[in-house]
Design a protein around this ligand. Structure first.
Ligand code: C2R
Length: 353
């Protein structure tokens, strides 16, 4: 069986994080291979694996590394398929690895997930495969529903232990509301079109990508995204909608995007836009943190460090171009034209150097 996902570890000492990833892939029935290959210590091995596996049909690569995590970047430099980076906490709480993985220059994006979040890395890889494989998309949707059920059960468990004198639960109403929202979410994941497999014909009228900016002040960066999508001849919708400022508009908009392939969200400060989207979809969500304040570090941290079950494929601060590049790589897995466009663009960049 050819592996769909290739996992590379910078060291055998990263295996604990890799196990979280393999558990998810086992659960979803996605084939994978795993090797230890360090860009620093065994550079040629990494290059050879990437070149060979890109040609032999691996869909997505997962690079797991700590310290100066150059591994996912070197992987991205040697392929036109999507690379997901999982930074590992060896020193500095993993911040060194996070920055090394996420802050890639244009043309070699690494879809970075939270520190030590091997499960989210694998889930993101599965969502990417799910763009082109309806069965995988459905399994991802079911797995995520399990995460909702877990939250519900965990809540019940902790509430049983609460016995403060002033604890005054209004749990009946709250629980009703919550379960309503949950069932709405579940409905969204199991749209009729999705289950009956009619989405291909609908797709012709629907853009491939929904680009959402949190504010007009993010538009300069959003422009970099849409410019590159235009170059790659990929259809997109562009909207400025904040789930904090216009919650209803946001909800309504998302309901109308169930036939897009993926989302790109561009947002600064506390990056709730990406979190709000990823909570509602089983499709990949790419996030671009914007430097409105604190040079964008606030947005980067709040975007990338998502809990298990809701990965955001984060690119470098302000790097709208890389978000579009990554989206093209994701779509290119199942679309020869896009794949050829991205390949020729990538070799042109290399030639310029
Ligand atoms: P050792 O335990 O082998 O010394 O590795 C590994 O991923 C690991 O987290 C310590 C840490 O060094 C990381 N490492 C990299 C790379 N190679 C090894 N970041 C690389 O090429 O990027």
């Amino acid at each position: 069986m050819k592996p769909n996902v290739m996992i590379l570890l910078g060291s055998a000492s990263d295996f604990k994080i890799a196990e979280k990833a393999t558990e998810v892939l086992e659960n979803l029935g996605i084939s994978y291979d795993l090797k230890v290959a360090s860009a620093h210590r065994t550079h040629e091995k990494v290059k050879n694996i990437m070149i060979e596996c890109t040609e032999s049909g691996v869909d997505v690569f997962l690079g797991i590394a700590g310290l100066s995590a150059h591994l996912p970047g070197i992987m991205a430099a040697n392929t036109y398929k999507p690379v997901v980076g999982v930074p590992v906490d060896v020193k500095l709480g993993g911040l060194d690895a996070l920055f090394a993985s996420v802050q890639m220059p244009f043309g070699a994006p690494v879809a970075t997930v939270g520190i030590d979040r091997g499960e989210n890395g694998a889930l993101l890889a599965s969502q990417i495969i799910g763009i082109h494989d309806r069965k995988v998309r459905k399994k991802v949707s079911t797995l995520r529903t399990d995460f909702f059920d877990k939250v519900q059960k965990d809540e019940e468990k902790i509430l049983k232990k609460l016995d403060g004198n002033y604890y005054s639960p209004i749990s009946l109403n709250v629980q009703k509301n919550e379960s309503k929202t949950e069932s709405k979410n579940k409905e969204l994941y199991k749209t009729k079109k999705f289950e009956s497999g009619k989405d291909e014909s609908y797709k012709k009228n629907s853009p491939s990508i929904s680009v959402i900016a949190g504010s007009y002040s993010d538009m300069k960066i959003a422009k970099k995204t849409t410019n590159f999508l235009d170059k790659m001849q990929i259809s997109y919708d562009l909207n400025v909608i904040s789930p904090i400022r216009y919650p209803e508009k946001f909800e309504n908009y998302l309901k109308n995007t169930e036939d897009v392939d993926l989302f790109i969200a561009i947002t600064g400060l506390s990056a709730h836009v990406t979190g709000a989207i990823v909570a509602k979809t089983e499709k990949p969500v790419i996030g671009v943190p914007c430097p409105i304040h604190l040079e964008g570090i606030d947005a980067l941290f709040s975007m990338v460090n998502m809990p298990p079950g809701v990965p955001v494929a984060t690119v470098g601060i302000g790097n709208g171009g890389n978000a579009a590049f990554l989206a093209s790589e994701m779509l290119g897995i199942g679309d020869k034209n896009i794949m050829e466009n991205i390949l020729s663009f990538k070799s042109n960049i290399n030639r310029l150097q």
